[in-house]
Design a protein. Structure first.
Length: 741
């Protein structure tokens, strides 16, 4: 080969050529030269050696360049790794740290010297627990085997902040068969994990919430719903997706609701309200709905979020509570509270239209007797029957209410006094019809008080108070009737209230006392006994008439304690007279019907029940107590029981005695009573005898005993002793001396 040709060869080839030339020239150079001989080297061989030397130098130069470039690339790579925003480190096959970039050292607040040569689980700054350490070691072992793995790791930096790293671990191939090193890259995904956790939580809330969620696009098409929404609406997810909300019949899709929603979204940016709608099966339910738009970064609406909360059960409970607050549970009638509300509404309407209305208060007569004798279950059933009869008699516009106990009320819109009177008459007639209640035939009467708007009041408080006052007047004047309110009733009611309150303290204050009125034989000469009469002297009101306070004591129940005091006082006085030498006589003490079931009498005895009272009377008669039927011929006296009572005396009421000298009817009644008593072997006593003519008539007819102002007025015990002794009492204001026939 010519030199010129060899010079044109590429440097890489020069090495090969030089080696070849050297090999060819070796035999020549190795041959021994003769002694003293001059060796002649061919020119081409020199050229070949020169070329070989030049090729060797070129190869060395090329290797140097490559090494320098590799170092530059390595330094550049290290700088790039150190400047990476992620943690980057190199591990040897055993997991020992060879290098960690500046980002990692900055995160962990460590230097290279502190961590070089340590495994990751030996770096305390990472704060790995035992579980994390085992997991990291397992990942490293798999990566050495050639796998490319990712692993999430939560560490706590020295500043106390928690950091979640996403580690990517892969092997770095090596030229030899030695195990590869490992490249570990860790990205800080703390913020991403926080967002993911929030999204997962939101998704869990979305699916597990009891409120129904629906997400619709900007055109109102359903994108997704949660399970609660399906349960509330009755639709499946597949049925809802892609459907128009307005076409589903949901509350937020109704036309009138959509108008409200659009208006609220434009003005307030959100809407909420209560809607009544239907499920897929057509059943109605009540829900509380809310709609909020979801906007993008530019403020444009992308979706709508709707929330439905089924409040049907809550509304039912609320309705029941309202019902309990305004409706009587026994009769299902409006109660006092609802009646007051309706009267208030009617007052406003009547004031505007100048129309009257009437308010009635009603109280069943003798209802307590039924409760006490037949039991509360019968009483409750009877109250239910009364409610039905009242409702059946009145118009639909009228209101029947139960105020409590056996008290009812009726509100009559548009009714004046004559209309109210007509209604009261119909009600009494309807209630008087007998009814069967749990096997008992019962009939009821009512006392009714009527107040009219506007003459008797212009609001519920005044009207109800006046109707109540009129009702008690009706009850006081005989029951089974009605009374209109009159101005004087209020004053009387106020006095009764004062008297009832004062009567409760009368016994303990010693304000009660007994006066005694003599009872004489028919000739008016012989004292046969005295009647103990209860008197009340109040420090402010003075002497209160028995006709006024006795009914109050009976209705309030105070008559029991007062009656016991009267009995004890009368018996003690009789004993005192006997000790003083007063001739023996009878002391008559009045008992009310209420006392018949309280004062030491059998529990079976009930008020106004003559059949049950017979056994009690027999027991009293066996004790030697003489029984006298007071006010015979008046009230509810029944002739059918007269022959069965163990009576001793019939007392002729003074209402018949008063006019016997002028009224033939009264004379006939008194004659009949005396003749009937004689036929039944009973004695008679006439009360209220005030004139000589009355006395003479009664004596001629055979009346056994008499008492009255014709003989003597009632007096206290001391005055009576003087009167019996034939002496004038110290004060003769209320006493007349015994007179001869």
């Amino acid at each position: 080969m010519r030199p010129a040709a060899a010079a044109r060869l590429r440097p890489g080839r020069l090495v090969l050529v030089a080696a070849t030339a050297a090999a060819a020239a070796a035999p020549v150079l190795a041959a021994p030269a003769p002694a003293g001989a001059l060796v002649t080297v061919p020119l081409w061989l020199f050229w070949l050696a020169a070329v070989a030397l030049l090729g060797l130098g070129g190869a060395l130069l090329a290797q140097t360049v490559r090494t320098r470039r590799s170092l530059q690339r390595e330094r550049l790579a290290n700088r790039l790794i150190d400047r990476s925003p992620n943690l980057v480190c190199v591990l040897d096959p055993h997991g020992a740290l060879r290098h960690m970039n500046g980002t990692g050292r900055h995160w962990l607040r460590v230097s290279h010297a502190q961590i070089a040569g340590r495994r990751l689980d030996e770096i305390p700054e990472l704060g790995l627990d035992a579980v994390q350490a085992r997991a990291i070691q397992g990942v490293i072992e798999q990566a050495v085997g050639g796998a490319v793995l990712t692993h999430e790791l939560t560490v706590r930096r020295l500043d106390g902040a928690a950091m979640t790293l996403e580690l990517s671990i892969r092997a770095i191939p090596r030229s030899s068969d030695a195990p590869p090193n490992l490249l570990v890259e860790g990205r800080d995904i703390t913020q991403r994990k926080s967002v993911e956790d929030k999204l997962q939580l939101a998704a869990a809330v979305f699916e597990q919430a009891r409120e129904g969620f629906v997400i619709a696009d900007r055109k109102g098409r359903v994108v997704t719903v949660n399970q609660a929404f399906c349960e509330i609406s009755g639709y499946d997810v597949q049925e809802l997706q892609g459907q128009q909300v307005a076409a589903l019949g949901l509350g937020i899709g109704r036309r009138e609701v959509r108008r409200q929603v659009r208006s609220a979204l434009q003005t307030a940016g959100h809407w909420q309200g209560e809607v009544r709608t239907s499920r897929k099966d057509g059943s109605l339910y009540t829900c509380w709905a809310a709609v909020t738009p979801q906007r993008d970064a530019h403020g444009a609406v992308t979706h709508y979020i709707g929330i439905l909360n089924d409040i049907t059960q809550f509304r039912e409970v609320e309705s029941n509570l309202v019902r309990l607050a305004h409706v009587d549970t026994l009769t299902d009638l409006p109660n006092r509270s609802l009646l007051a509300d309706r009267v208030g509404q009617l007052t406003s309407i009547s004031r505007r239209d100048h129309r009257p209305f009437a308010l009635m208060f009603m109280d069943l007569d003798q209802f307590k007797n039924i409760n006490d004798t037949l039991g509360h279950s019968v009483g409750d059933a009877l109250l239910g029957e009364v409610a039905r009869r009242l409702q059946g008699t009145l118009r639909e516009v009228d209101t029947v209410a139960r105020l409590g106990g056996d008290e009812f009320a009726v509100l009559l819109p548009g009714a004046d006094a004559s209309g109210a009177e007509l209604v009261a008459s119909k009600l009494l007639e309807r209630l008087a019809e007998p009814c069967m209640v749990q096997g008992h035939e019962l009939s009821m009467t009512m006392s009714i008080g009527i107040a009219c708007y506007p003459s008797d009041g212009d609001d519920y408080e005044i009207l109800s108070r006046n109707a109540d006052t009129a009702m008690y007047r009706a009850k006081h004047e005989g029951k089974a009737t009605w009374r209109f309110f009159a101005a004087g009733m209020q004053q009387r009611s106020a006095r009764q209230l004062q008297l009832e309150s004062a009567l409760r303290r009368a016994l303990e204050r010693g304000e009660l006392l007994l006066h005694y009125q003599p009872q004489l034989d028919g000739n008016g000469r012989q004292l046969v006994g005295v009647e103990a009469l209860l008197r009340w002297k109040h420090p402010e009101f003075g002497f209160v008439s028995p006709a006024e306070f006795i009914p109050l004591a009976e209705t309030s129940g105070q008559i029991v304690a007062i009656g016991e005091w009267v009995l004890r006082t009368a018996v003690a006085q009789l004993k005192a007279w006997m000790d003083a030498g007063v001739p023996p006589m009878v002391v008559a003490v009045n008992l009310s019907a209420v006392q018949f079931r309280h004062v030491g009498l059998p529990d079976a005895v009930a008020p106004a029940n003559p059949a049950a009272a017979i056994s009690m009377m027999d027991a009293l008669h066996a004790l030697g107590v003489r029984l006298s039927l007071d006010d015979f011929g008046t009230g509810y006296s029944s002739l059918s029981y007269l022959k069965r009572f163990p009576l001793h005396t019939l007392k002729i009421d003074q209402s018949f005695v008063r006019d016997i000298d002028t009224d033939p009817d009264d004379r006939a009644i008194v004659q009949a009573i005396i003749q009937m008593a004689r036929a039944l072997d009973l004695q008679t006593i006439a009360e209220g005898v005030e004139t000589d003519a009355q006395h003479q008539f009664l004596r001629r007819e055979g009346c056994d005993m008499m008492q009255g102002y014709r003989f003597c007025r009632p007096m206290d015990a001391a005055a009576l002793e003087m009167w019996i002794a034939g002496r004038e009492p110290a004060s003769t204001d209320n006493v007349v001396p015994m007179i001869a026939a």
